[in-house]
Design a binder for this molecule. Structure first.
Ligand code: SF4
Length: 222
């Protein structure tokens, strides 16, 4: 039977309470000191681990200390600087294009409006929501690979399209919890609910989770 929205909201609140305890310190796992670094590191994190991005970012932000340095970067050189994050050709092109637009249209500052962020080369809803939530403290839902997988297993959405998932979660996760909830989904995905073999037997929210598709997943692997 289809779960009523009110019941889903109540279930999410119980999950949030448990996440608050288990992942009290959960935060963005990308290192940054300003919104430009967060914007660029989030782009670099596509198809790459945050750990690898943080390693690359250390030297990168010394070499390119501001938006002007990135906008004027030699594309071939920038490619090499970020090569180990994968998809480096596209990422270098987008980072330079993004910084050029920040200078030409936004006075060199990272804008906070969703429509403005989405105009920037290489910036999609995931990156925009992350920058808005973590830097500007504007509520929003970041749908990364963990949020996508977990929200389906947890029965919070039946969609696979990230934008549809985002809007499903916006309806049931209270605004004040949205940013933290998404960070905690990442931690939970890594700790208990990875793509391959979820550890439902030890999972602290097992009693609140319908474990959609998990049996099938495990059967396919055995
Ligand atoms: S109960 Fe299983 S499927 Fe549900 S969140 Fe926990 S590990 Fe994932």
């Amino acid at each position: 039977m289809r779960e009523k929205i009110a019941d889903k909201k109540a279930r999410v609140l119980e999950i949030i309470d448990i996440f608050d305890e288990v992942y009290a310190d959960a935060d963005c796992t990308l290192d940054y000191t300003n919104p430009l670094q967060l914007l660029i590191s989030t782009q670099l994190a596509a198809q790459c681990t945050d750990k690898r991005v943080n390693i690359v970012a250390k030297d990168l932000y010394k070499k390119y200390p501001d938006v002007y340095a990135f906008a004027n970067a030699d594309e071939l050189e920038l490619r090499e600087d970020i090569r180990s994050t994968g998809f480096f050709r596209n990422k270098a092109k987008n980072i330079i294009g993004c910084c050029k637009m920040l200078i030409s249209d936004y006075g060199g500052e990272v804008p906070e409006a969703m429509d403005d962020l989405l105009r920037l080369p290489g910036v999609g809803r995931k990156t925009a929501n992350l920058v808005r939530g973590d830097f500007f403290k504007i509520p929003g839902i970041v749908v990364d690979t963990h949020a996508k997988r977990l929200s389906n297993r947890m029965g919070l959405t039946t969609n696979s399209d990230p934008t549809k998932i985002e809007f499903d979660l916006l309806k049931i996760v209270p605004e004040e919890h949205q940013t933290a909830f998404c960070h905690r989904l990442v931690y939970h995905g890594r700790e208990y609910c990875p793509a391959g073999r979820p550890r439902c037997g030890e999972c602290p929210i097992a009693h609140l989770c319908p474990k959609i598709g998990v049996e099938k997943r495990l059967a396919n692997r055995n």
